[in-house]
Every structure is written in structure tokens, then in C-alpha cells.
Design a protein around this ligand. Structure first.
Ligand code: SF4
Ligand code: SF4
Length: 349
């Protein structure tokens, strides 16, 4: 009996080991070829068939990965902090500093922008592997969270292309600009939603990813493009001289996606009751995002211009009316009780 059991074990155990090994050696569901190449974490062809050293190896791997990605994580955290400080303080010069860094760092140095390909990844569940892309996930979460909290803050100061066109707008002479009438602005703004739908449908039908480069100009920061792409970009940038932020306002599928997400925005821009008749902010908004008293959150990029006006006691009619009311109240008080004039002058002496 004992001999039978030993023979059975001798025959079955190697088979069990082989089966277990083959199961373990399979990449886990969802892992990409990158995982296999870069991590090789599932390779048990060593002296540790039981995987006893797995934990130690994992800890070491995570430490190494964190060390490797620490500069990226810290630099993005620094940039994100500057973005938030410039936004929350409503500081003009900090905003332009953020835009310059967005072009230089997020654009030319990192070439890291939210792209329509990230929407493809979300749709197909083929997201980057977290352990190799921690800085990217920080960037992605920052974009989504700030959009839900405040709206298209990403477009207003993080996206390198949007930052570039805003800087162009600041530098180029205002007399070159064509003002788009509100009725046209409203219709043209919907083009980007159409482009988003067409781009997604095209991808779902053809699974062709590289075609996105003809819809987004973000490749320009890598300085690699075909003649057709460079020609298209030149036309786009020349048109932007005359119609400010042309791509962001009318064409960008990512802007459209974030615009849709902005419908959930929690902290919206405040308005006075006077806003229903005053047109000052509407004229100030470079994004066509103010229509009468209403802020169109899908189009607003939280540039701060109207919020600074809102708080400006020397320009916003709300404060001017309030100051006039206070003055007339003080005058009426003086007229109804002239004795207070003498009291006041005595008190002054
Ligand atoms: S609209 Fe598009 S290009 Fe413009 S800032 Fe937003 S993401 Fe960038
Ligand atoms: S001016 Fe106001 S409404 Fe227009 S984009 Fe800037 S923050 Fe948004």
C-alpha cells in the first residue's frame, strides 16, 4: 500500500508542479507585453520554484520603480502645485508662468498631454501598467479630479498646446483678431463634439490608432510629423493668429470630453444679479463661455479673467452700484439729521 502511494505521489507531484508552474508562468490577465519585457516578474525559472522569495523581490522591484520614477513624480507634483496656486490665487503672472512651463516641460520636455488615445484606452480597458506609469496616473487623476471640482482647468493651464495658443494670444497684436459673433461661436463650438464622436467611431470600427495624429496637433512637441501633418499644423497656427484659441474652442476632441465632464463641476464661478444685464465679463471672456448671465461650463477653461472682474471693486458694476447706494444712504442720513454734521466736525477736532 505504502509503495503504491509513494509511486502515485512520485508520478503525480511532478505533474502538479508542471501544471502549477505553467499557470504561474502565464502573464496575469491584463498585463501587457511591456510587463513581460520590463518586469519579468513571472519568471520562476530559478531556484525558488515555491515563490518564497516573491515578496522580497516585489518590494525590491517597487522600490526600484519608485526610485526610477521619483524625478517624474516630483516634477509633475511641483507643476501641479504651481497650477493650483496660480488658479486659487487668481494671479495673472503665476498663470503665465504656468503656461510657459506647460509648453516647455509638459510639451517639449515630456510630451505628456491628455490625448484622444487615452479615451481609446479607457474604452478598450487597455490602460498603461500602473507600476511603470505612476507619473502618468498622477497626471491623469489630477486632470479628472480638477475637472470635476472646477471645470476645464486642464485646458486653461496644463495642456501644452492650449498654453501655446494662449501665449500666442498674449504676444500677438490684438488688432489682428477677428471677433466671432455669438451665434457663430455657439455653432462652431459644437464641431469638437462632432469630431470626438467621429474619431471614436473611426477607432472602434478600424482599430486604427495612428490616425489620431490628424485630429490632434500634440505630436508637434515631439517634432516628428509627415509633410501633410506639418502643413496642417502651419494652417492651424496661422488661423490661430486671427481666431484666438481656435483649436481649443472649436476642434479639440479632448476639450470636448473634458467639457462633457465639466457638466459635473462642483465649484462653479459665482455671478452677481447684475450679470444678467452687464456685458463686461461676456466681452472679456476669450473663450466665448459667457452668454448673458450664464457661464457655459463646457466651454469655460477657468482662465480667471471674469473672476478677477467679479472681485474688482473699481470695474465691476455690482461694486460700483453698491458704493453708490452706500453714498446715497449716507447723504440721506445727513440730510435727515443735519446735526450730525456738527457732531462729526467736533469729533474730528
Ligand atoms: S481644448 Fe484641447 S488643445 Fe485646447 S487646451 Fe484643452 S485639451 Fe488642450
Ligand atoms: S472668462 Fe470666465 S467664463 Fe470665460 S473662460 Fe475665463 S473663467 Fe471661464
Amino acid at each position: 500500500m505504502i509503495r503504491f502511494i509513494s509511486t502515485l505521489l512520485a508520478l503525480t507531484l511532478p505533474l502538479c508542479f508542471a501544471a502549477t508552474h505553467s499557470l504561474i508562468a502565464q502573464p496575469a490577465t491584463g498585463l501587457s507585453t511591456d510587463d513581460e519585457q520590463a518586469g519579468d516578474l513571472w519568471n520562476f525559472e530559478d531556484n525558488d520554484p515555491w515563490g518564497f522569495e516573491e515578496d522580497e523581490e516585489d518590494i525590491e522591484t517597487w522600490e526600484t520603480l519608485l526610485q526610477d520614477q521619483a524625478p517624474d513624480l516630483l516634477l509633475f507634483a511641483g507643476f501641479a502645485s504651481l497650477t493650483m496656486v496660480s488658479f486659487l490665487r487668481k494671479s495673472v503672472w503665476l498663470k503665465y508662468l504656468t503656461l510657459v512651463i506647460a509648453v516647455a516641460y509638459m510639451g517639449f520636455q515630456k510630451s505628456q498631454l491628455i490625448s484622444v488615445t487615452n479615451i481609446y484606452s479607457l474604452l478598450t480597458g487597455n490602460m498603461p501598467v500602473f507600476r511603470y506609469s505612476m507619473a502618468w496616473y498622477l497626471f491623469f487623476v489630477f486632470t479628472v479630479v480638477t475637472t470635476v471640482f472646477w471645470g476645464r482647468l486642464y485646458c486653461g493651464r496644463v495642456c501644452a498646446f492650449g498654453a501655446l495658443t494662449q501665449l500666442m494670444d498674449r504676444i500677438l497684436p490684438a488688432r489682428l483678431r477677428l471677433e466671432i459673433p455669438p451665434w457663430l461661436e455657439e455653432r462652431a463650438a459644437s464641431i469638437k463634439y462632432g469630431l470626438l464622436v467621429v474619431t471614436l467611431l473611426y477607432f472602434l470600427v478600424t482599430a486604427d490608432i495612428p490616425a489620431y495624429r490628424y485630429v490632434e496637433p500634440f505630436w508637434m512637441f515631439t517634432m516628428r510629423g509627415s509633410t501633410a501633418m506639418w502643413t496642417g499644423l502651419a494652417v492651424l497656427l496661422i488661423s490661430t493668429v486671427f481666431v484666438r484659441n481656435l483649436y481649443c474652442r472649436f476642434l479639440c476632441p479632448v476639450g470636448a470630453t473634458l467639457g462633457l465632464l465639466s457638466k459635473l463641476t462642483i465649484f462653479r464661478i459665482k455671478r452677481w444679479s447684475e450679470c444678467s444685464t452687464c456685458k463686461l465679463c461676456e466681452k472679456t471672456c476669450e473663450w466665448g463661455a459667457i452668454r448673458g448671465p450664464e457661464i457655459i461650463m463646457t466651454e469655460c477653461v477657468r482662465c480667471d479673467d471674469c473672476e478677477r472682474l467679479y472681485a474688482d471693486t473699481t470695474r465691476c458694476p455690482h461694486w460700483l452700484i453698491l458704493a453708490r447706494q452706500k453714498l446715497s444712504q449716507a447723504r440721506s442720513a445727513l440730510i435727515s439729521n443735519p446735526a450730525t454734521i456738527g457732531d462729526t466736525s467736533e469729533a474730528e477736532h
